[in-house]
Design a protein around this ligand. Structure first.
Ligand SMILES: Cc1cc2nc3c(=O)[nH]c(=O)nc-3n(C[C@H](O)[C@H](O)[C@H](O)COP(=O)(O)OP(=O)(O)OC[C@H]3O[C@@H](n4cnc5c(N)ncnc54)[C@H](O)[C@@H]3O)c2cc1C
Length: 406
Protein backbone atom coordinates (compact mmCIF):
# COMPACT_ATOMS: atom_id res chain seq x y z
CA UNK A 1 0.00 0.00 0.00
CA UNK A 2 2.25 2.72 -1.29
CA UNK A 3 -0.16 5.53 -0.42
CA UNK A 4 -0.23 4.41 3.21
CA UNK A 5 3.56 4.51 3.42
CA UNK A 6 3.54 7.95 1.88
CA UNK A 7 0.94 9.08 4.35
CA UNK A 8 3.01 7.97 7.33
CA UNK A 9 6.06 9.66 5.95
CA UNK A 10 4.48 13.03 5.47
CA UNK A 11 2.81 13.31 8.85
CA UNK A 12 6.15 14.08 10.51
CA UNK A 13 7.05 17.33 8.77
CA UNK A 14 10.70 17.56 9.60
CA UNK A 15 11.78 14.00 9.02
CA UNK A 16 12.60 14.55 5.35
CA UNK A 17 14.71 17.52 6.39
CA UNK A 18 16.71 15.46 8.86
CA UNK A 19 17.07 12.40 6.65
CA UNK A 20 17.76 13.86 3.22
CA UNK A 21 19.47 17.11 4.07
CA UNK A 22 18.34 20.36 2.54
CA UNK A 23 19.06 21.38 -1.04
CA UNK A 24 21.74 24.07 -0.96
CA UNK A 25 19.59 26.64 -2.80
CA UNK A 26 17.02 26.82 0.02
CA UNK A 27 19.38 26.14 2.94
CA UNK A 28 18.39 28.66 5.65
CA UNK A 29 21.88 28.50 7.17
CA UNK A 30 23.54 29.81 3.99
CA UNK A 31 25.52 32.98 4.68
CA UNK A 32 25.15 32.84 8.47
CA UNK A 33 28.00 33.10 10.97
CA UNK A 34 29.13 29.98 12.83
CA UNK A 35 27.41 31.25 15.99
CA UNK A 36 24.15 31.84 14.14
CA UNK A 37 24.36 28.37 12.60
CA UNK A 38 24.75 26.95 16.10
CA UNK A 39 21.64 28.49 17.61
CA UNK A 40 19.73 27.84 14.40
CA UNK A 41 20.57 24.17 14.84
CA UNK A 42 19.41 24.30 18.46
CA UNK A 43 16.10 25.82 17.29
CA UNK A 44 15.67 23.27 14.47
CA UNK A 45 16.40 20.41 16.88
CA UNK A 46 13.87 21.79 19.36
CA UNK A 47 11.29 22.18 16.58
CA UNK A 48 11.89 18.61 15.39
CA UNK A 49 11.90 16.88 18.75
CA UNK A 50 9.67 18.97 20.99
CA UNK A 51 7.17 20.61 18.63
CA UNK A 52 6.64 18.79 15.32
CA UNK A 53 5.47 15.51 16.91
CA UNK A 54 2.71 17.42 18.76
CA UNK A 55 1.66 20.14 16.36
CA UNK A 56 -1.36 18.26 14.99
CA UNK A 57 -2.59 17.36 18.48
CA UNK A 58 -2.11 20.91 19.80
CA UNK A 59 -4.14 22.11 16.83
CA UNK A 60 -6.93 19.55 17.11
CA UNK A 61 -7.31 19.72 20.89
CA UNK A 62 -6.53 23.45 21.09
CA UNK A 63 -3.74 22.92 23.60
CA UNK A 64 -1.62 25.94 24.63
CA UNK A 65 1.69 24.10 25.18
CA UNK A 66 2.91 25.98 28.24
CA UNK A 67 5.51 23.43 29.34
CA UNK A 68 7.01 23.10 25.86
CA UNK A 69 7.36 26.88 25.65
CA UNK A 70 9.04 26.90 29.08
CA UNK A 71 11.52 24.34 27.76
CA UNK A 72 12.14 26.65 24.79
CA UNK A 73 12.71 29.49 27.25
CA UNK A 74 15.43 27.42 28.93
CA UNK A 75 17.25 27.65 25.59
CA UNK A 76 16.91 31.44 25.68
CA UNK A 77 13.87 31.73 23.39
CA UNK A 78 11.59 33.52 25.90
CA UNK A 79 13.35 36.88 25.63
CA UNK A 80 15.55 36.54 22.57
CA UNK A 81 16.17 40.25 22.01
CA UNK A 82 15.76 41.32 25.64
CA UNK A 83 18.87 42.49 27.46
CA UNK A 84 20.75 39.88 29.53
CA UNK A 85 20.65 41.77 32.87
CA UNK A 86 16.93 40.95 33.16
CA UNK A 87 17.17 37.38 31.88
CA UNK A 88 17.11 37.97 28.11
CA UNK A 89 19.42 36.47 25.49
CA UNK A 90 20.56 39.83 24.13
CA UNK A 91 20.57 38.61 20.52
CA UNK A 92 20.03 40.72 17.41
CA UNK A 93 16.88 41.05 15.29
CA UNK A 94 18.48 38.92 12.59
CA UNK A 95 19.34 36.23 15.14
CA UNK A 96 15.74 36.38 16.34
CA UNK A 97 14.40 35.94 12.82
CA UNK A 98 16.64 32.92 12.27
CA UNK A 99 15.37 31.32 15.49
CA UNK A 100 11.67 31.97 14.82
CA UNK A 101 12.00 30.66 11.27
CA UNK A 102 13.52 27.42 12.57
CA UNK A 103 11.02 26.97 15.44
CA UNK A 104 8.10 27.62 13.13
CA UNK A 105 8.90 24.52 11.07
CA UNK A 106 7.88 22.52 14.16
CA UNK A 107 4.67 24.42 15.00
CA UNK A 108 3.91 27.76 13.39
CA UNK A 109 1.05 28.67 15.71
CA UNK A 110 3.03 28.10 18.90
CA UNK A 111 6.06 29.94 17.52
CA UNK A 112 3.88 32.86 16.46
CA UNK A 113 2.55 33.19 20.01
CA UNK A 114 6.14 33.05 21.30
CA UNK A 115 6.98 35.88 18.92
CA UNK A 116 4.22 38.06 20.42
CA UNK A 117 5.42 37.19 23.92
CA UNK A 118 8.99 38.17 22.95
CA UNK A 119 7.70 41.46 21.50
CA UNK A 120 5.95 42.33 24.79
CA UNK A 121 9.04 41.46 26.84
CA UNK A 122 11.13 43.68 24.55
CA UNK A 123 8.68 46.58 24.94
CA UNK A 124 8.95 46.40 28.75
CA UNK A 125 12.73 45.99 28.57
CA UNK A 126 13.11 48.96 26.21
CA UNK A 127 10.51 51.44 27.44
CA UNK A 128 10.19 50.41 31.09
CA UNK A 129 12.19 52.00 33.89
CA UNK A 130 14.70 49.91 35.86
CA UNK A 131 12.12 48.90 38.47
CA UNK A 132 9.64 47.78 35.77
CA UNK A 133 12.30 45.92 33.78
CA UNK A 134 13.41 44.00 36.85
CA UNK A 135 9.83 43.39 38.03
CA UNK A 136 8.45 41.98 34.77
CA UNK A 137 11.22 40.78 32.43
CA UNK A 138 12.87 37.90 34.34
CA UNK A 139 9.65 35.88 34.70
CA UNK A 140 8.72 36.64 31.07
CA UNK A 141 12.13 35.57 29.74
CA UNK A 142 11.86 32.26 31.63
CA UNK A 143 8.23 31.99 30.47
CA UNK A 144 7.18 31.36 34.02
CA UNK A 145 4.74 34.11 33.03
CA UNK A 146 3.26 34.74 29.59
CA UNK A 147 2.44 38.07 27.96
CA UNK A 148 -0.21 39.50 25.63
CA UNK A 149 -0.16 42.58 23.41
CA UNK A 150 -3.42 44.56 23.59
CA UNK A 151 -3.99 47.14 20.85
CA UNK A 152 -6.97 46.08 18.70
CA UNK A 153 -10.51 46.93 19.82
CA UNK A 154 -13.90 45.96 18.43
CA UNK A 155 -14.18 49.40 16.77
CA UNK A 156 -10.50 50.00 15.94
CA UNK A 157 -8.48 47.50 13.92
CA UNK A 158 -6.54 48.94 11.00
CA UNK A 159 -7.23 52.43 12.38
CA UNK A 160 -5.53 51.52 15.66
CA UNK A 161 -4.97 55.14 16.72
CA UNK A 162 -8.73 55.59 17.11
CA UNK A 163 -8.84 53.22 20.09
CA UNK A 164 -11.29 54.10 22.86
CA UNK A 165 -10.24 52.17 25.98
CA UNK A 166 -9.97 54.97 28.51
CA UNK A 167 -7.52 55.32 31.37
CA UNK A 168 -8.62 58.11 33.72
CA UNK A 169 -6.06 59.32 36.23
CA UNK A 170 -7.18 59.05 39.86
CA UNK A 171 -4.37 59.90 42.27
CA UNK A 172 -1.58 57.35 41.82
CA UNK A 173 -3.75 55.11 39.66
CA UNK A 174 -5.45 54.87 36.30
CA UNK A 175 -8.99 53.53 36.06
CA UNK A 176 -9.40 51.59 32.80
CA UNK A 177 -12.69 51.05 30.97
CA UNK A 178 -13.17 49.50 27.54
CA UNK A 179 -12.30 46.30 25.73
CA UNK A 180 -9.71 44.78 23.43
CA UNK A 181 -10.53 42.27 20.67
CA UNK A 182 -8.61 39.28 19.27
CA UNK A 183 -5.95 39.20 22.00
CA UNK A 184 -3.47 36.35 21.47
CA UNK A 185 -3.01 34.38 24.65
CA UNK A 186 -5.84 36.39 26.27
CA UNK A 187 -7.21 34.76 29.40
CA UNK A 188 -4.35 32.25 29.65
CA UNK A 189 -1.54 34.79 29.95
CA UNK A 190 -0.36 36.69 33.01
CA UNK A 191 0.88 40.07 31.79
CA UNK A 192 -1.09 42.43 29.50
CA UNK A 193 0.64 45.28 27.69
CA UNK A 194 -2.32 47.59 27.03
CA UNK A 195 -2.61 50.66 24.83
CA UNK A 196 -5.22 53.02 26.31
CA UNK A 197 -6.37 56.62 26.03
CA UNK A 198 -5.10 59.00 28.72
CA UNK A 199 -5.46 62.13 26.58
CA UNK A 200 -7.37 63.53 23.59
CA UNK A 201 -8.17 61.85 20.25
CA UNK A 202 -5.47 60.50 17.93
CA UNK A 203 -2.14 58.76 18.54
CA UNK A 204 -0.76 61.41 20.93
CA UNK A 205 -3.53 60.70 23.47
CA UNK A 206 -2.49 57.06 23.89
CA UNK A 207 -0.41 55.60 26.73
CA UNK A 208 0.88 52.11 27.40
CA UNK A 209 0.28 50.35 30.75
CA UNK A 210 1.10 46.87 32.01
CA UNK A 211 -1.65 44.93 33.80
CA UNK A 212 -1.41 41.64 35.59
CA UNK A 213 -4.00 38.88 35.54
CA UNK A 214 -6.04 38.97 38.72
CA UNK A 215 -6.39 42.76 38.70
CA UNK A 216 -9.97 43.50 39.83
CA UNK A 217 -12.08 44.62 36.86
CA UNK A 218 -10.04 42.63 34.31
CA UNK A 219 -11.99 39.85 32.57
CA UNK A 220 -11.99 37.90 29.32
CA UNK A 221 -14.41 36.98 26.53
CA UNK A 222 -15.08 33.48 25.25
CA UNK A 223 -12.28 31.62 23.49
CA UNK A 224 -12.60 32.32 19.74
CA UNK A 225 -12.95 29.39 17.30
CA UNK A 226 -10.35 29.94 14.59
CA UNK A 227 -9.25 28.58 11.18
CA UNK A 228 -5.68 28.13 12.47
CA UNK A 229 -3.45 29.33 15.32
CA UNK A 230 -5.28 26.79 17.46
CA UNK A 231 -2.41 26.08 19.85
CA UNK A 232 -2.92 29.54 21.31
CA UNK A 233 -6.14 31.01 22.70
CA UNK A 234 -7.60 34.26 21.35
CA UNK A 235 -10.04 36.20 23.53
CA UNK A 236 -11.43 39.67 24.11
CA UNK A 237 -9.90 41.44 27.12
CA UNK A 238 -12.36 43.56 29.09
CA UNK A 239 -11.69 46.39 31.54
CA UNK A 240 -14.43 47.49 33.95
CA UNK A 241 -13.22 50.09 36.42
CA UNK A 242 -9.91 48.27 36.36
CA UNK A 243 -7.44 50.07 38.67
CA UNK A 244 -3.78 50.11 37.60
CA UNK A 245 -0.96 51.90 39.46
CA UNK A 246 0.57 54.81 37.53
CA UNK A 247 3.86 53.01 38.22
CA UNK A 248 2.77 50.41 35.62
CA UNK A 249 2.86 52.91 32.76
CA UNK A 250 5.67 52.36 30.24
CA UNK A 251 7.30 55.62 29.15
CA UNK A 252 5.57 58.98 29.34
CA UNK A 253 1.87 59.74 28.97
CA UNK A 254 1.08 60.03 25.26
CA UNK A 255 4.00 57.83 24.20
CA UNK A 256 1.93 54.63 24.04
CA UNK A 257 1.17 54.59 20.32
CA UNK A 258 4.81 55.10 19.50
CA UNK A 259 5.76 52.23 21.84
CA UNK A 260 3.09 50.02 20.23
CA UNK A 261 4.40 50.76 16.72
CA UNK A 262 8.05 50.26 17.74
CA UNK A 263 7.06 46.86 19.13
CA UNK A 264 5.32 46.00 15.88
CA UNK A 265 8.37 46.79 13.71
CA UNK A 266 10.11 43.80 15.28
CA UNK A 267 6.81 41.93 15.53
CA UNK A 268 6.38 42.16 11.76
CA UNK A 269 9.81 40.67 11.15
CA UNK A 270 9.04 37.93 13.65
CA UNK A 271 5.68 37.02 12.17
CA UNK A 272 7.21 37.08 8.67
CA UNK A 273 9.91 34.73 9.98
CA UNK A 274 7.23 32.35 11.24
CA UNK A 275 5.81 32.39 7.69
CA UNK A 276 9.26 31.54 6.32
CA UNK A 277 9.45 28.49 8.61
CA UNK A 278 6.03 27.25 7.49
CA UNK A 279 6.95 27.77 3.83
CA UNK A 280 10.31 26.06 4.28
CA UNK A 281 8.66 23.02 5.87
CA UNK A 282 5.99 22.99 3.13
CA UNK A 283 8.59 23.00 0.35
CA UNK A 284 10.24 19.99 1.98
CA UNK A 285 6.91 18.23 2.31
CA UNK A 286 6.09 18.92 -1.34
CA UNK A 287 9.54 17.74 -2.42
CA UNK A 288 9.01 14.50 -0.50
CA UNK A 289 5.48 13.96 -1.80
CA UNK A 290 6.45 14.53 -5.43
CA UNK A 291 9.20 11.95 -5.04
CA UNK A 292 7.06 9.31 -3.32
CA UNK A 293 3.68 9.63 -5.06
CA UNK A 294 3.31 7.96 -8.45
CA UNK A 295 0.75 8.83 -11.14
CA UNK A 296 0.73 7.92 -14.83
CA UNK A 297 3.32 5.22 -14.02
CA UNK A 298 6.00 7.52 -12.65
CA UNK A 299 6.72 9.75 -9.66
CA UNK A 300 5.00 13.13 -9.75
CA UNK A 301 8.52 14.61 -9.58
CA UNK A 302 9.07 13.49 -13.22
CA UNK A 303 6.42 15.93 -14.40
CA UNK A 304 8.02 19.12 -15.66
CA UNK A 305 5.03 21.30 -14.75
CA UNK A 306 5.36 20.23 -11.13
CA UNK A 307 9.17 20.60 -11.22
CA UNK A 308 8.74 24.18 -12.42
CA UNK A 309 6.18 24.95 -9.71
CA UNK A 310 8.55 23.52 -7.09
CA UNK A 311 11.37 25.66 -8.46
CA UNK A 312 9.14 28.74 -8.23
CA UNK A 313 8.25 27.92 -4.62
CA UNK A 314 11.93 27.63 -3.70
CA UNK A 315 12.74 30.89 -5.49
CA UNK A 316 9.93 32.76 -3.73
CA UNK A 317 11.03 31.33 -0.38
CA UNK A 318 14.59 32.54 -0.81
CA UNK A 319 13.44 35.98 -2.00
CA UNK A 320 11.17 36.32 1.03
CA UNK A 321 13.96 35.25 3.38
CA UNK A 322 16.30 37.87 1.89
CA UNK A 323 13.66 40.58 2.41
CA UNK A 324 13.10 39.57 6.03
CA UNK A 325 16.78 39.36 6.89
CA UNK A 326 17.47 42.69 5.19
CA UNK A 327 14.73 44.36 7.26
CA UNK A 328 16.01 42.70 10.44
CA UNK A 329 19.47 44.14 9.83
CA UNK A 330 18.05 47.61 9.14
CA UNK A 331 16.08 47.51 12.40
CA UNK A 332 19.09 46.29 14.34
CA UNK A 333 21.19 49.12 12.92
CA UNK A 334 18.52 51.72 13.78
CA UNK A 335 18.28 52.83 10.15
CA UNK A 336 15.77 55.49 9.21
CA UNK A 337 14.17 53.24 6.60
CA UNK A 338 13.78 50.33 9.05
CA UNK A 339 10.04 50.69 9.74
CA UNK A 340 9.12 50.75 6.05
CA UNK A 341 11.48 47.87 5.27
CA UNK A 342 9.82 45.85 8.07
CA UNK A 343 6.42 46.58 6.47
CA UNK A 344 7.69 45.60 3.01
CA UNK A 345 9.17 42.38 4.38
CA UNK A 346 5.98 41.50 6.26
CA UNK A 347 3.85 42.17 3.18
CA UNK A 348 6.08 40.25 0.80
CA UNK A 349 7.00 37.31 3.02
CA UNK A 350 3.54 36.61 4.44
CA UNK A 351 1.92 36.79 0.97
CA UNK A 352 4.61 34.72 -0.74
CA UNK A 353 4.83 32.13 2.01
CA UNK A 354 1.07 31.65 2.05
CA UNK A 355 1.19 31.08 -1.72
CA UNK A 356 4.05 28.58 -1.25
CA UNK A 357 2.22 26.58 1.44
CA UNK A 358 -0.98 26.63 -0.62
CA UNK A 359 0.87 25.37 -3.70
CA UNK A 360 2.48 22.63 -1.58
CA UNK A 361 -1.02 21.59 -0.49
CA UNK A 362 -2.12 21.52 -4.15
CA UNK A 363 0.80 19.25 -5.00
CA UNK A 364 -0.45 16.78 -2.39
CA UNK A 365 -3.75 16.49 -4.27
CA UNK A 366 -6.59 15.21 -2.10
CA UNK A 367 -4.18 14.09 0.61
CA UNK A 368 -3.19 17.70 1.15
CA UNK A 369 -6.73 18.40 2.28
CA UNK A 370 -6.63 15.71 4.96
CA UNK A 371 -5.61 16.54 8.50
CA UNK A 372 -3.28 13.51 8.56
CA UNK A 373 -0.97 15.60 6.40
CA UNK A 374 0.95 18.46 7.98
CA UNK A 375 0.80 20.73 4.95
CA UNK A 376 -2.82 21.81 5.55
CA UNK A 377 -1.92 22.99 9.05
CA UNK A 378 0.84 25.23 7.73
CA UNK A 379 -1.66 26.72 5.26
CA UNK A 380 -4.25 27.32 8.00
CA UNK A 381 -1.71 28.65 10.49
CA UNK A 382 -0.07 31.23 8.25
CA UNK A 383 -3.20 32.61 6.63
CA UNK A 384 -3.67 35.00 9.54
CA UNK A 385 -0.16 36.43 9.14
CA UNK A 386 -1.55 38.42 6.18
CA UNK A 387 -4.12 39.95 8.56
CA UNK A 388 -2.54 40.67 11.92
CA UNK A 389 0.23 42.95 13.21
CA UNK A 390 -1.14 45.34 10.58
CA UNK A 391 -3.00 43.88 7.60
CA UNK A 392 -1.11 43.61 4.34
CA UNK A 393 -3.26 46.50 3.04
CA UNK A 394 -1.95 48.60 5.95
CA UNK A 395 1.60 47.50 5.01
CA UNK A 396 0.93 48.85 1.49
CA UNK A 397 -0.30 52.13 3.03
CA UNK A 398 2.94 52.49 5.01
CA UNK A 399 5.11 51.79 1.97
CA UNK A 400 3.07 54.10 -0.28
CA UNK A 401 3.19 56.89 2.31
CA UNK A 402 6.97 56.60 2.43
CA UNK A 403 7.21 56.68 -1.37
CA UNK A 404 4.89 59.62 -1.86
CA UNK A 405 6.10 61.75 1.03
CA UNK A 406 9.34 62.24 -0.87
C1 LIG B 1 -5.99 35.24 15.34
C2 LIG B 1 -5.77 36.70 15.58
C3 LIG B 1 -4.92 37.11 16.58
C4 LIG B 1 -4.73 38.46 16.85
N1 LIG B 1 -3.92 38.85 17.88
C5 LIG B 1 -3.88 40.15 18.24
C6 LIG B 1 -3.17 40.54 19.42
O1 LIG B 1 -2.55 39.71 20.10
N2 LIG B 1 -3.21 41.85 19.78
C7 LIG B 1 -3.87 42.79 19.05
O2 LIG B 1 -3.86 43.96 19.44
N3 LIG B 1 -4.56 42.45 17.92
C8 LIG B 1 -4.58 41.16 17.51
N4 LIG B 1 -5.28 40.77 16.39
C9 LIG B 1 -6.05 41.79 15.66
C10 LIG B 1 -5.47 42.14 14.29
O3 LIG B 1 -4.30 42.89 14.45
C11 LIG B 1 -6.58 42.88 13.51
O4 LIG B 1 -7.55 41.90 13.18
C12 LIG B 1 -6.05 43.58 12.29
O5 LIG B 1 -5.24 44.66 12.65
C13 LIG B 1 -7.18 44.07 11.36
O6 LIG B 1 -8.14 44.77 12.06
P1 LIG B 1 -9.70 44.39 11.85
O7 LIG B 1 -9.82 42.92 12.06
O8 LIG B 1 -10.50 45.28 12.71
O9 LIG B 1 -9.99 44.67 10.31
P2 LIG B 1 -10.42 46.08 9.68
O10 LIG B 1 -9.53 47.16 10.12
O11 LIG B 1 -11.88 46.23 9.88
O12 LIG B 1 -10.15 45.80 8.14
C14 LIG B 1 -10.99 44.99 7.31
C15 LIG B 1 -10.35 44.92 5.93
O13 LIG B 1 -10.33 46.21 5.35
C16 LIG B 1 -8.99 46.56 5.00
N5 LIG B 1 -8.80 48.00 5.22
C17 LIG B 1 -9.08 48.73 6.30
N6 LIG B 1 -8.78 50.02 6.11
C18 LIG B 1 -8.30 50.12 4.85
C19 LIG B 1 -7.80 51.19 4.07
N7 LIG B 1 -7.74 52.44 4.51
N8 LIG B 1 -7.37 50.91 2.82
C20 LIG B 1 -7.42 49.65 2.33
N9 LIG B 1 -7.87 48.60 3.02
C21 LIG B 1 -8.30 48.82 4.28
C22 LIG B 1 -8.13 45.73 5.92
O14 LIG B 1 -6.82 45.58 5.41
C23 LIG B 1 -8.91 44.45 5.97
O15 LIG B 1 -8.63 43.68 4.84
C24 LIG B 1 -5.42 39.43 16.06
C25 LIG B 1 -6.27 39.02 15.03
C26 LIG B 1 -6.45 37.67 14.78
C27 LIG B 1 -7.38 37.25 13.68
Amino acid sequence: MAWRAARLRVTAPLLPLRQRGIASCIDPSAGLTEEQKEFQKVAFDFATKEMAPHMAEWDEKEIFPVETMRKAAQLGFGGIYVKPDVGGSGLSRLDTSIIFEALSTGCTSTTAYMSIHNMCAWMIDTFGNEEQRHRFCPSLCSMEKFASYCLTEPGSGSDAASLLTSAKRKGDTYVLNGSKAFISGGGDTDVYVVMCRTGGPGPKGISCVVLEKGTPGLSFGKKEKKVGWNSQPTRAVIFEDCVVPVGNRLGAEGQGFNIAMKGLNGGRINIASCSLGAAHASVLLAQEHLTVRKQFGEPLASNQYLQFRLAEMATRLVAARLMVRNAARALQDGREDAAVLCSMAKLFATDECFAICNQALQMHGGYGYLKDYAVQQFVRDIRVHQILEGTNEVMRMIVARNLLQG
